[in-house]
Design a protein around this ligand. Structure first.
Ligand code: F6R
Length: 243
């Protein structure tokens, strides 16, 4: 895994956005898989700016969103769908109906949701470029510690750390116990796999991700199996790295 350290969150986000734009400019009909959460927000701002300035054209691309909290939908501020639409999809010059595929966390048939998204990914010949935040416990999407790495789209019970940390996204109390997510099988097969982390609070998990043993106990270490994986960090998140 290539490690790219930038001076701060802003510079890190700009570099991530540049890599994505480059990819799309070379292959406009790509499938992008994008995380919600806090870390990608500045990258999204740069992508929106580039779209406005016509430095990139997403009109032929497809987007699959990484995950959703089971039981939440777009009316909950802080859900993955709300985050992605508010900060990215609604701001890009794309046809959202045709180009975006999202898990419905409110669906009564979550297996069907998994199949639907598996088919969307399969129909595009897999994910081209994937952007993932790193959970405090090393989760990728809702691929929690000790998940089966062979899973495609799946419903996964939430790790206690994810439940506790997840409260930061919501203004109201939400009772979430599971997530629906693109599984590691798809994520690790991405043609380019980008991990991102910023701030001191991520320094420990970043160290494990890069320098620890590759183990499914820390799902983010599995990204190192992908030859085209890269992690972008700000200096604080990189502060515990030895090399
Ligand atoms: C969000 C997601 C999560 C986050 C991770 C980091 O869609 O899938 O895996 O990427 O928990 O979250 P932040 O970026 O808020 O620190």
């Amino acid at each position: 895994m290539k490690v790219n350290i930038r001076e701060n969150y802003d510079a890190m986000s700009k570099s991530v956005s540049d890599q994505i734009i480059n990819y799309i400019n070379n292959k406009p009909e790509s499938l992008l898989c994008l995380a919600g959460g806090d870390t990608p927000l500045k990258t999204f701002e740069y992508l929106v700016k580039a779209d406005e300035n016509k430095e990139v054209d997403f009109s032929k691309a497809k987007f699959v969103s990484l995950d959703e909290w089971v039981g939440l939908g777009s009316s909950t501020k802080g859900s993955c769908v709300e985050t992605l639409y508010t900060h990215l999809y609604d701001k890009l010059s794309i046809n959202v109906e045709k180009q975006v595929c999202f898990f419905d966390g409110l669906s009564e048939d979550l297996d069907k949701e998994c199949k639907r998204v598996d088919e969307f990914i399969g129909g595009s010949n897999g994910i081209d470029i994937c952007l993932l935040g790193i959970g405090m416990n090393g989760h990728l999407g809702f691929n929690e510690p000790n998940v089966d790495p062979e899973l495609k789209c799946s419903v996964i019970p939430l790790d206690p750390v994810t439940k506790t940390v997840g409260a930061k996204y919501f203004d109201e109390d939400v009772n979430v116990t599971a997530g629906i997510t693109v599984g590691l099988k798809h994520l690790l097969a991405s043609k380019e796999l980008i991990l991102i982390a910023n701030a001191e609070k991520k320094a420990e998990i970043v160290k494990k991700t890069i320098e620890g043993k590759i183990t499914i106990e820390v799902p983010s270490t599995m990204a190192r199996k992908n030859e085209n994986s890269v992690i972008y960090l700000d200096e604080e998140a990189a502060s515990k790295l030895e090399k």
